[in-house]
Design a protein around this ligand. Structure first.
Ligand code: NAD
Length: 491
């Protein structure tokens, strides 16, 4: 762990093993609540002492940029480490996990240069007062991140938090702490003052919960399950702690009649199966015109059958292992549930056996058809390479079904670009992609409607989520004549 600028070991450690081979990847310190207390105290101490928050924004931005370059220089190494740790394929860990994180830090460093840290407003009449809005850091920020895309979800939080002058305690997921720890190493090497960034490893309960409920934490930024997000929101009610949440999803992907079907079919597999299907913004519900059901399903199954399951480090692999035995078993449970509810299995539907699959945790790319939107596989997040296919008769029906979910993170539409864009405007989701999926860009916000979250990460508003606005008014009139004292007291 990294607390107050020092690397801390504990006697109590646990092993990270590759989900593909079960071989040892790393041994990690198992943090306890005392470590959370020390890390929060270090963060609060550094914030109160003030070196970092009083560093001019341009210098803070320069340090963030330096860290981006350091990460980029280690890109291949970090991508491989990520694949070994959580099983995401090397095809995606380079571009998405590391590449986008570098881009996000560079974007934050750039917008910090022109960000309105202080905005003078109009003169306040008739008092002759000057007004100014000052945007200042909030204080100690807790960042809690998941195992599926650990580096990007970390950068989305600690990037804007640090550029705004906050101090941070980061709690990575117990399954995937390695890249967040490497990121801390680069901040340390770049000269971030001690205590400004701290990393505590350990379990969600009690370590994560102790951090998110700590009285000295003024903001929690969380990515993970909707259930834990709700518990953090409840925990934050008493102190009106600031909270941003990036939670689950059940993205609807609509293929319109006007779509290029071959492209849409490949796109549907990309939407659902990227990152082994372990992506909150995955397109997991595919909606197709009933009249073209057989043609589309046939193509989908044929293309789905070409997906190579295997070693996440091999460039030929499309889908790697599932992160843990628990997650694999959860997915297998959904296969039973889907069959019981009457869905028809069209592809996959089991854990593969045979050479290459005797160790590790595997799920075949899976497609269910004849699914209706009231089935649990259409309503609940499976978090694996599992696509469910529903049919619709009219576009109005497709829109209604797409929006009939408690989630609202992502959605997509394939078809004539103008028509598809009109449909996109009717969908209740934080990101809607037309004729593509997973378009995540530093300059655009990421986050969800409804139970998919609160607030946005990235985009032009990224820094706003990590500052308090303060209105300062200075009356320069000098006399009592223009003040409103008479509302209360006789002159
Ligand atoms: P999780 O909610 O169990 O864990 C996420 C993080 O929270 C981990 O660091 C964990 O240790 C910590 N945690 C667990 N219990 C906690 C508690 N009571 N208090 C504070 N922290 C606690 O979820 P997961 O299994 O890591 O990830 C899978 C889920 O996360 C999926 O539902 C997925 O959709 C969602 N997710 C969402 C996004 C997004 O950006 N919207 C991104 C990735 C994952």
């Amino acid at each position: 762990m990294y607390i107050d600028g020092k690397w801390i070991d504990t006697d109590d450690v646990y092993e990270i093993r590759s989900p593909a081979t079960e071989e040892l990847v790393a041994t990690v310190a198992k943090g306890r609540v005392e470590h959370v207390d020390s890390a929060v105290a270090a963060a609060k101490g550094s914030f109160d002492e003030g070196t970092w928050r009083r560093t001019p924004p341009a210098e803070r931005a320069a340090l963030i940029n330096d860290v981006a370059l350091r990460l980029a220089a280690r890109g291949e190494e970090l991508a491989a480490l990520q694949s070994q740790e959580n099983g995401a394929t090397i095809r995606i860990t380079g571009a998405l996990h590391v590449g986008l994180s570098v881009g996000q830090l560079q974007y934050l460093a750039a917008i910090a240069q022109t960000y309105e840290w202080e905005t003078p407003g109009p003169a306040i009449e008739p008092i002759a007062a000057d007004g100014i809005v000052v945007r200042q850091p909030i204080g100690v920020v807790a960042a809690i991140v998941p195992w599926n895309i650990p580096l990007l979800t970390t950068v989305w939080k600690i990037g804007p938090a640090l550029v705004a002058g906050n101090s941070v305690v980061l709690k990575p997921d117990e399954h995937a702490p390695l890249l967040p720890l490497e990121l801390a190493r680069e901040f340390d090497a770049a000269g971030l003052p001690p205590g400004v960034l701290n990393v505590v490893t350990g379990d969600g309960e009690p370590v994560g919960a102790h951090l998110s409920g700590h009285p000295d934490v003024r903001k929690v930024a969380f990515t993970g399950s909707t259930a834990v997000g709700k518990s953090i929101l409840r925990q934050s009610a008493d102190s009106i702690r600031r909270v941003t949440l990036e939670l689950g999803g059940k993205g609807a992907n609509i293929i319109l009649d006007s779509a290029d079907i071959d492209m849409a079919v490949d796109g549907a597999l990309f939407a659902c199966m990227a990152n082994n299907g372990e992506a909150c913004e995955a397109g997991t519900r595919l909606l197709i015109p009933a009249a073209r059901r057989d043609e589309i399903v046939e193509k989908l199954v044929a293309r789905g059958a070409t997906l190579q399951l295997g070693d996440p480090l091999a460039p030929t692999t499309h889908i790697g292992p599932i992160v843990s035995a628990t997650q694999r078993d959860r997915i297998l449970d959904y296969f039973r549930i889907a069959a019981d509810e009457g869905a028809t299995l069209a592809l996959g539907g089991k854990a593969p056996t045979g050479p290459g699959f005797d160790k590790g945790y595997w799920i075949e790319p899976t497609i269910f058809v004849d699914v209706s939107n009231d089935m649990r596989v259409a309503r609940e997040e499976v978090f694996g390479p599992v696509l469910v296919v529903l049919t619709y008769d009219t576009v109005d029906e497709a829109v209604a079904v797409a929006n009939d979910t408690r989630y609202g993170l992502s959605a997509g539409v394939w078809g004539d670009a103008e028509e598809a864009q009109q449909v996109a405007r009717r969908l209740d989701a934080g990101m809607v992609w037309v004729n593509n999926w997973h378009i995540i860009h530093p300059a655009y916000p990421f986050g969800g409607f409804k139970e998919s979250g609160l607030g946005r990460e990235g985009g032009p508003g990224a820094i706003d989520e990590y500052v308090e606005q303060k209105f300062i008014a200075v009356d320069r009139s000098g006399g009592i004549e223009n003040k409103a004292f008479a509302l209360v007291i006789d002159p």
